[in-house]
Write a protein that binds this ligand. Structure first.
Ligand SMILES: [Zn+2]
Length: 224
């Protein structure tokens, strides 16, 4: 029988748009050899199967509508089942979730079911003002779609570091578009932050510091 609990690392990364979640995620993956559960990727994969749910997920993605929470839950459970079969999974980062308190509660239950007992919740704090500034100034590669955040040395880039493509502003990074995303964060995700804070699980980091300093603080927070 499988062991009831394991001590491998599970990191939940939360933060306003532009807080540097992707950048920190990459650093953490390299440092600890982690994989990730990305709800967005799981949805895009599932949409390829053209059954009822697959078609409906495709419609939601295309129209920008929110996905029903049970769908996210069902995809996480499949991914966690996959991890349970593999001996070499050293831990994982939960990417882009939970996005509602409902999802936070369901994630708890799913992790508990599979015995992932060592969960760390990191909140990269960033003011709404700085979030707006970073998002209006960030760029995207016209060729490969790589997003170039407006932080640290990324600011100086003239070409895409991956494919040399030219960098332009993203179509939905208008002030109006960003305002909508910030309003959504406040309404849906801040309650998730408070949910973990109340449980004494939140490790808050100042996301307005340079990338390397944020990463040092994240590493420090993981030891607590
Ligand atoms: Zn590129």
């Amino acid at each position: 029988m499988a062991k009831a609990k394991n001590n491998k690392l599970v990191i939940v990364l939360l933060g306003r748009p532009g807080a540097g979640k992707d950048t920190q995620q990459e650093l953490l993956k390299k440092k600890f050899g982690l994989t990730s559960i990305s709800t967005g990727d799981l949805l895009r994969q599932r949409a390829k199967i053209q059954d009822f749910t697959g078609k409906k997920i495709g419609q939601c993605i295309n129209s920008g509508n929110r996905m029903a929470t049970p769908i996210a839950f069902y995809l996480w459970m499949q991914k966690l089942e996959e991890f349970a079969k593999k001996q070499n999974v050293r831990g994982f980062i939960v990417d882009g979730s939970p996005r509602t308190v409902y999802e936070a509660e369901m994630l708890e239950m799913a992790l508990d079911w599979y015995g992932w007992a060592n969960k760390k919740v990191i909140y990269l704090w960033l003011s709404a003002k700085e979030s707006m500034r970073r998002l209006t100034k960030r760029r995207i590669c016209q060729k490969c779609g790589e997003i170039i955040p407006y932080i640290g040395d990324y600011k100086k880039l003239k070409k895409c570091p991956r494919c040399e493509g030219s960098l332009v502003a993203r179509a939905d990074d208008t002030r109006e578009g960003i305002k909508k995303r910030l309003a959504w964060f406040k309404k849906e995700v801040l309650p998730v932050v408070n949910y973990f804070r109340k449980r004494g699980e939140l490790r808050q980091i100042n996301g307005e510091q340079p990338i390397e300093k944020v990463f040092q603080d994240v590493l420090g927070a993981l030891k607590k």
